[in-house]
Design a binder for this molecule. Sequence first.
Ligand code: BEZ
Length: 334
Amino acid sequence: MMTKFMNMRKTAKCLLMVMAVLLSGLSTTAWSKDFRLGLLTPPPHIWTKAAESFGAELNEKSGGAHTVQVFPSRQLGNEAQMLQQLQSGALDMAFMTVAEVSNRAPDFGAFYAPFLAQDIGHAARILRSDVARGMLDQLPQQVGVVGIDYGMAGLRQILSRGEVNGPGDLAGKKLRITPFDPILDFYNILGAAPTPMPLPAVYDALANGQVDAIDMDSELIWKLKYYEHAETIIHSNHMMFPMVGLVSAKVWAGLGEEDRAMITEIMRKYLGQVLDTYVENDPVWIEQVRETDKTFKQVGPEFFGDAPQQWDEIWSKRSSMLGAIRDVAASTAN
Ligand code: BEZ
């Protein structure tokens, strides 16, 4: 009888130990996570640095429970592939061009209305508006991702290997663009030969003459020394170039409220810093480009003739948000 009782106690003790081990395992998987965040920008780029700072702060604020491994330079594939990975839950997070998102959610094409923003500060105000932020609400349903907030990469300029005195000089020219429709339409209207090409391929293509010109922001024209392979820089500020911080909707669904709030707060902070960094430094980069020995032309909408109006006609049918975003731009202009 005594032996039977001792055996029962032993079994109960073992069961308790097994349950304790199982429970500790469960709490680990429920409360800590190693997130993977992908980008196409290289390690020193402002977006990549912001992603790293976001990861470090999330790790600290979660008491070491969460980590974020950042994969820059297209290590996980191009943006279209990263977006697919976000949809399937194979990738947790990304800082991605809104350009790529607009390929799946055409409403976002409204941000590329030519000359929507007067200057870089105005671009940031448009992106911080309730209307712009409200557009992120459609992403879980439409694209399978949660949009946390916007960053950006300055305004777009044109850099050409040859002389450019008017838009006619761009006719038939192979002009590198980021692969997305609103910009493709803009250069098609101008009669150029837009050539979609992801960022990491641009330097060699420009240097070896595979393209005649590129559509690019001031920061990279200066820092990646694209200007060294150009004769003319057209400082036009013709389009905004927003970025968005994304989390896989599948991954989001598995997170608790506390984690969601923490990720939102910290990611928003660093995306906001990206906006501030461009507002502060964009004029400095363009000044540095102006001071090189290249031909520097400052142009406004008139340089592009009626291309902006033609673009509007196309995109007022494709993006239901174009009117609302134009209203935001009007109400936030200086
Ligand atoms: C581009 O495609 O030109 C680009 C992409 C990401 C950051 C900056 C520029």
